[in-house]
Design a protein around this ligand. Structure first.
Ligand code: ZN
Length: 304
């Protein structure tokens, strides 16, 4: 087995990926409290909201207000998801509160068409314009590729196709490319093979793994990615979040499960696990239903 890195970077995406997929709209006040608490757990990257059409995703209609009201330490990079240039325009009204933007598209034609009603080529064109403008405004850009490990409509997605899109995003100005297992179709051998190819193919790009725990394989996929050299991950406190397809599927890997596993393996994250668990407990209380996170139920390993 290859040596694991001594430390990794984690972007907490629950306030965006999680809150967006809750059936009810979480009050702005609660979001602000939770984001401010998350920002004090030691996490260095926080995706706080998304500038999407409020008629499509009413859960995040308060994106601007959330950004204006949060109080996040300087040491935490704040990112927002923007689907297109209109989203960027809205985000730029809160420029002072933002460090990074994340622009997304799908690797598979069918998923991209169903998700954003554009072809993959049209999405790439849009992201080229969006990233160019964001960089001119001094914002760091991450390109996120959904369905990078499998598509619920098309099945297998060829790694060469995903890497070609990643290279296009890098040329468009993305310093970081995230690879999303949007519907939890990835397995650890596939993940290891993929990132062993991605490293040499994208030498100057930060590679980020974004796994979903839809079929319980999220953390196994993390280990495979670590072994293939990945040092950047996205996850969601409480295991919040999901995807409308397949219906009822669970979401992102829980940040506290990820942090617990990494710390036990000697891989540092900078995150205080009890402080993070307090955030997950708080959101579970507000939502009024048990969340998928395992460490939230079991607590930290604490026998020493
Ligand atoms: Zn996700």
């Amino acid at each position: 087995m290859s040596a694991l890195p001594g430390a990794v970077r984690i972007r907490e995406v629950g306030p965006r990926d999680g809150f967006q997929n809750e059936p009810e709209v979480i009050p702005t006040e609660r979001k602000v409290e939770l984001i401010d608490a998350l920002a004090r757990t030691g996490v260095k990257r926080l995706e706080v909201t998304s500038f999407v059409r409020p008629d499509v995703i009413p859960q995040l209609a308060d994106a601007g207000e959330v950004l204006e009201r949060i109080d996040v330490p300087e040491s935490v990079a704040v990112s927002v998801l923007v689907p297109n240039e209109r989203g960027l325009d809205a985000a730029l009204e809160h420029h002072a509160k933002i460090d990074e933007i994340n622009g997304f598209m799908s690797a598979s034609e069918t998923h991209n068409q169903k998700n954003v009603d554009r072809s993959v080529a049209e999405s790439l064109d849009g992201l080229r314009r969006t990233f160019a403008r964001a960089r001119a405004e001094g914002l760091r850009c991450e390109g996120v590729i959904s369905t990078a490990f499998g598509c619920p409509y098309e099945g297998h997605v060829h790694p060469g196709r995903v890497l070609a899109i990643a290279q296009e995003l890098a040329e468009a100005g993305a310093e970081e490319v995230g690879f999303g297992d949007t519907t939890g179709m990835a397995n650890p051998l596939q993940v290891r093979d993929f990132f062993e190819q991605a490293g040499p193919a994208l030498p100057d790009v930060e590679l980020t793994a974004h796994f979903h725990n839809t079929r319980g394989q999220g953390l196994a996929n993390v280990l495979a990615a670590l072994e293939a050299g990945v040092e950047s991950f996205e996850s969601s406190f409480g295991e919040l979040g999901g995807c409308p397809v397949p219906a009822g599927a669970t979401g992102n890997i829980a940040t506290e499960d990820l942090v617990s596993m990494l710390h036990e393996m000697g891989v540092q994250t900078g995150i205080d696990l009890p402080a993070l668990l307090a955030c997950a407990r708080a959101v579970q209380y507000h939502l009024g239903r048990p969340l998928g996170s395992h460490t939230l139920v079991a607590g930290p390993i604490d026998w020493r």
